[in-house]
Design a protein. Structure first.
Length: 276
């Protein structure tokens, strides 16, 4: 892929339009000098979507740090209290495609997207929203010339598709499947809902609704059930202590484990072990 930048229209003349594409392009960064602080950028406003094609970069917002690997992107407004940069790693590079847009409808799209996924999202390269972005870039790279409203129509279509894709049950089900597999492999770790959602690039409210719709119970209840199933297996197949079983199953201590066990099953871990 060639790496080019395409700018379209002067900011001062576009405020009445509902959607405006300021510029878009692809870049390949491979040194630590790539660093943007969106709180202090001068003469630059609007909204940015940046999607990683290869390598990785870092996005930080509200004291949270995200690694943007391939198929991961972010959406942000400028100015905003976020930074994104290429970490000083000798072997790393960050190849991405981005769009910079504005207009009277831009804020509404931004807020609706962030309400679903937060500022960071994950979509495969073959997703319709990403394909719209890639195809449009290829057309520009081959000489396409926009008329004024055509650029706005493209960005409106792309954002509508992005919002639909990140909100779709299929997208949510994929995230739920990832969460279930991760919980099954890491149930013994200290897992919080907020950390799990950060890893999956989804808001807690959207994740909890999607998880309950797909699995039938909350993520926290599912995690507790997985831990209890593991503990029940250890109780019947080993001679290790109740406290050890609690820790190996992801519970903070034996007392808390016994409390959860009795609340869910109606008897204590000791009673269960004695009768099985």
């Amino acid at each position: 892929m060639t790496h080019n930048f395409y700018g379209f229209i002067n900011h001062d003349s576009i405020s009445p339009l509902p959607m405006i594409l300021y510029d878009m392009g692809t870049e390949l960064r491979h040194n630590e000098n790539y660093y943007y602080d969106n709180h202090n950028r001068k003469n630059y406003d609007g909204y940015i979507i940046q999607y990683t094609l290869s390598g990785y970069g870092i996005y930080e917002n509200d004291e949270k740090k995200y690694t943007l690997n391939a198929n991961t992107g972010f959406i942000t407004c400028v100015p905003n209290n976020c930074i994104y940069y290429l970490p000083p790693d000798d072997n790393n590079q960050w190849e991405y495609i981005y769009i910079h847009f504005g207009g009277s409808l831009a804020k509404q799209f931004y807020e609706e997207i962030v309400a679903v996924t937060g500022n960071v999202f994950s979509l495969p390269l073959n997703n319709p929203a990403i394909q719209l972005l890639m195809n449009e870039y290829e057309l520009l790279d081959h000489g396409r010339q926009y008329k004024r409203f055509e650029a706005g129509a493209f960005i409106y279509n792309m954002l509508t598709t992005l919002l639909r894709e990140i909100s779709s049950p299929a997208s949510a089900d994929g995230i739920v499947s990832k969460a279930v597999n991760w919980i099954k492999s890491n149930y013994a770790s200290d897992i919080s809902l907020s950390e799990l959602c950060e890893m999956l690039h989804i808001t807690q409210s959207h994740f909890s609704r999607s998880f309950r719709r797909e699995i039938g119970i909350s993520p926290i209840e599912y995690l507790s059930n997985v831990r209890l199933e593991h503990a029940m297996k250890l109780l019947t197949t080993t001679d290790i202590s109740i406290n050890e079983i609690a820790v190996l199953s992801g519970f903070s201590n034996g007392n808390y484990f016994a409390k959860v066990f009795k609340r869910k099953l109606g008897f204590t871990p000791s009673d269960y072990k004695r009768n099985h």
